[in-house]
Design a protein around this ligand. Structure first.
Ligand code: NAP
Length: 283
């Protein structure tokens, strides 16, 4: 199988790429830093085999133009794509905006994978049965999408903005699954567990606090953190299943009000996202 893993230059994504390559799959690694990308290719080959089929693609998800360029490059390099794992993500301590003028966490965690997935849909349909796996988070707990403040202009708080972006991953997955019904392309999402990766470690203090939080709350090693991504990407157990949220390789309950994940909210977010990324309205 050909699998694209975004944000595979470190953390859960790199581990996911290693395991997939070890299983004999062709792995397309995405990251925003070429040096880290080359190191990741070497690390995946070292973990799998010296001649493992691994290639690197660079794009900063804080730029929609670069996301479009990534989709073009991937589409040009493979005849079809069996699995897309939308794993890249960030959590920013303070508010910033992208070159497109959007709040960075929402743009990187939601708008970028939304656009990338839509641009690669034909490649996925061409490989059907194909799978889309979105790495969400338990941080969606208790959150709701605030359509009046999607860019977190008012009173920015890192965990609220991050949690909302992860709720957006879940809503995207559920709406996508509905829209893909009958296409033989499935879409599922997951919480990987709590892992001391590079996320949120923008300075030494943040690194210390994050490691402490992970230890106190029973964090898991990155090897375990990649398990559900690999499961959803490859296991025959989930063949044909779509629209689910998984924790520890099991279907799990969402941890927010039913209204926050309703079909109507999912469709509304889809339409707004289309507008924000400049895709034509798909009705
Ligand atoms: N760690 C956890 O406890 C946890 C829990 C729940 C969910 N998650 C989710 O798991 C996923 C992977 O996170 P992780 O924990 O493995 O964190 P990580 O170690 O920081 O890895 C994140 C990956 O995304 C890339 N990335 C970040 N910003 C980007 C941008 N603007 N453009 C392109 N790539 C970008 C990073 O590249 P750089 O190396 O260049 O920054 C890295 O490759 C995320 O979606 C996260 O929300 C993590």
């Amino acid at each position: 199988m050909r699998v694209l893993v975004t944000g595979a230059t470190g953390g859960i994504g790199l581990q996911t790429a290693k395991v997939l390559a070890r299983m004999g799959h062709s792995v397309l690694i995405h990251g925003r830093d070429s040096r880290k990308g080359e190191a990741a290719v070497q690390a995946v080959r070292a973990a799998a085999a010296p001649n493992a089929d691994v290639s690197f693609f660079r794009a900063d998800f804080a730029s929609l133009a670069q996301v479009r360029d990534l989709a073009r490059q991937v589409a040009a390099s493979v005849p079809c794509l069996d699995v897309l794992i939308n794993n890249a993500g960030c959590g920013n301590l303070s508010r910033s905006v992208t070159v497109d003028g959007y709040e960075t966490t929402f743009a990187v965690n939601h708008l970028a994978p939304f656009l990338l997935t839509n641009l690669l849909l034909d490649k996925l349909k061409g490989a059907a049965p194909a799978r889309i796996v979105n790495v969400a988070s338990r941080a969606h707990r208790g959150q709701e999408i605030d359509f009046d403040d999607l860019m977190s202009v008012r009173n920015y708080r890192v965990m609220r903005t991050y949690g909302r972006s992860k709720l957006a991953n879940i809503l995207f997955t559920r709406t996508l699954a509905k829209r893909l019904a009958g296409s033989n392309v499935t879409a599922n999402c997951l919480h990987p567990g709590l892992i001391a990766t590079g996320i949120g470690q923008t300075n030494a203090l943040a690194r210390l606090v994050w490691r402490l939080v992970v230890r106190v709350r029973g964090g898991i090693p990155v090897e375990e953190g990649a398990r559900t991504s690999v499961y959803l990407a490859t296991s025959p157990e989930v063949e044909g299943l779509s629209g689910g949220y998984y924790v520890k390789c099991r279907l799990a309950e969402l941890q927010t009000r039913a209204e926050a994940v309703s079909d109507a909210v999912g469709e509304r977010l889809w339409r707004v996202s289309e507008e924000l990324v400049g895709l034509p309205c798909s009705s």
